[in-house]
Design a protein around this ligand. Structure first.
Ligand code: GDP
Ligand code: GDP
Length: 455
């Protein structure tokens, strides 16, 4: 039964069984055969192999829950990553970069019987540049005679090497104490996580698009009495509203309802307020007034939500005002002005008549699902392999850069790290993004793709 908590699971947004928030994440990084998997087994208290090593691109990273001195954290085992495909150096660098992206602290494992290799030194450079806390594990110090080998690893410049025998358990307790000191209490990316409360919606748009009308319409008699919901502490400017049988938190409704129009600097304060609401929300519903042309201000508000990495729904309001001609031009405007967010679910509504109000919730749910989508590494690489074979990057200066391997480093929104053999042009990146969307959906969510070049 004690093993049940140690099932592999996803890192981001994970909620433990006791309903606590997300746990900080520790990544274990190092060259092949230094003892990473042995160490992970030791930490999580299991003796059998963590996973059978399946060579090639099919293996996903594996995350376990661990506990030391009463504190819980996630541990990511990067053992066995992609050695065949990338070669050892690239594989180890990929682990390090993954750790930099997704972990809160890193245990860097070195085989002290071998000493620091060039690969180790290269990883140290990556880790130091990232500034994440690193604990240096001098592994395979099975007895006192090995201590001198561990001491030699001071030369890596990562501070004190912790002499450890992952195989026998020697020194692991002291090292874990150092790990706890390095790990923050909570993971860095707490803002977008589902902490068990209602999902958070920012209803935004320029003045007079109909935010307050829409809010009144959807809230109607379904306004939620706060006391009915156990454990919700309410920010007085936010409002809990039940839609489609689910309670949602609408952020900064006070700002929406306030009809006072400040004279000076009104736009500035409105946009600050919008930015703050977007920051607190998981999904932004942007209202557009279809009775007028789509404006630069509309685009700015959409960009704000996209750049904050929020899920996005676009609601075209005042649909009741459209005649055939305006409708024709509206569609052209959407195609030209909002092409960059063609992935956002769209609803054509009227806050006045109530038209299509029932479509709002499904659109929000779609966007949140896209926002939380995770593509397993195996599937991602099968897809990338086919894509690169069928549509290679154009040759530049006699060279042909290639995407070698990729991993999804996070969700909310989905973030990808691609490893390439050379500089990947913007056009090709956009092409990859388009194909990723075609293949895996990501409806309603921005996706981030960063490319790391392996020389
Ligand atoms: P990984 O590729 O980094 O995950 O390394 P493994 O955990 O698979 O270990 C590689 C080899 O080193 C295995 O044969 C382990 O039994 C051995 N090994 C791991 N830790 C220790 C240790 O502390 N002492 C000794 N002597 N061998 C170890
Ligand atoms: P806000 O500034 O974004 O909160 O916009 P309001 O909700 O105050 O709406 C601005 C004006 O647009 C008001 O006169 C509303 O009655 C009107 N309005 C809002 N929604 C609709 C709609 O769907 N159709 C029509 N015809 N008018 C609307």
């Amino acid at each position: 039964a004690a093993q049940e908590g140690f099932e592999p699971e996803e890192v981001e947004g994970a909620i433990d069984e006791a309903g606590h928030g997300p746990l900080p994440v520790l990544a274990v990084v190092g060259r092949p055969n230094v003892g990473k998997s042995t160490l992970v087994n030791r930490i999580i208290g299991r003796r059998e192999a963590v996973v059978e090593d399946k060579p090639g691109v099919t293996r996903d990273r594996v995350t376990y829950e661990a506990e030391w001195a009463g504190r819980r954290f996630k541990i990511v085992d990067t053992g066995g990553w992609e050695q065949d495909v990338l070669g050892i150096d690239a594989s180890v660098a990929a682990q390090a970069e993954y750790a930099i992206e997704a972990a809160d602290a890193v245990v860097f494992v070195v085989d002290s019987t071998v000493g620091a290799t060039d690969t180790d030194t290269a990883v140290v450079r990556l880790l130091r540049k990232a500034g994440k806390p690193v604990v240096l594990c001098a592994n395979k110090v099975d007895g006192p005679s090995g201590e001198a080998d561990a001491t030699a690893l001071w030369s890596l410049g990562l501070g004190e090497p912790h002499p450890v025998s992952s195989l026998h358990g020697r020194g692991t307790g002291d090292m874990l104490d150092a790990v706890l000191e390095a790990l923050p209490e909570a993971p860095a990316q707490t803002f977008g996580t589902a902490l068990g409360g209602p999902r958070r919606i920012a209803l935004i748009g320029r003045p007079n698009v109909g935010k307050s009308s829409l809010l009144n319409k959807v809230a109607g008699q379904d306004r939620v009495v706060v006391n009915e919901i156990a454990g919700t502490t309410r920010d007085p400017v936010d409002e809990l509203i039940e839609l489609g049988g689910v309670v949602w938190k609408f952020i900064d409704t006070a700002g929406i309802r306030r009809r006072v129009h400040l004279q000076e600097g009104a736009d500035y304060y409105a946009s600050l307020r919008t930015a703050a609401a977007v920051e607190k929300a998981e999904v932004a519903v942007v209202l557009i007034d279809t009775s007028e042309s789509i404006s630069v201000q509309d685009q700015r508000i959409i960009t704000m939500a996209v750049e904050a990495g929020r899920a996005l729904v676009i609601a075209y309001n005042k649909w009741d005002t459209l005649d055939e001609e305006r409708r024709y031009y509206l569609e052209r405007e959407i195609e030209t002005e909002l092409a960059q967010v063609a992935w956002a679910p769209r609803v054509n509504v009227s806050a006045r008549t109530g038209r299509h109000m029932e479509k709002l919730v499904p659109a929000i749910e779609t966007a949140l699902a896209g926002w939380e989508t995770r593509v397993p590494t195996g599937r991602l690489n099968a897809f990338l392999g086919e894509l690169v074979a069928a549509h290679p990057h154009p040759v530049r200066g006699g060279k042909q850069p290639r995407i070698l391997f990729g991993t999804q480093a996070g969700t909310k929104p989905p973030r990808f790290v691609l490893f390439a053999s050379g500089f990947i042009e913007a056009g090709y990146r956009r092409f990859v993004e388009r194909r990723l969307r075609e293949e895996f959906g990501f409806e309603g969510t921005p996706i981030h793709i960063s490319v790391r070049v392996r020389e």
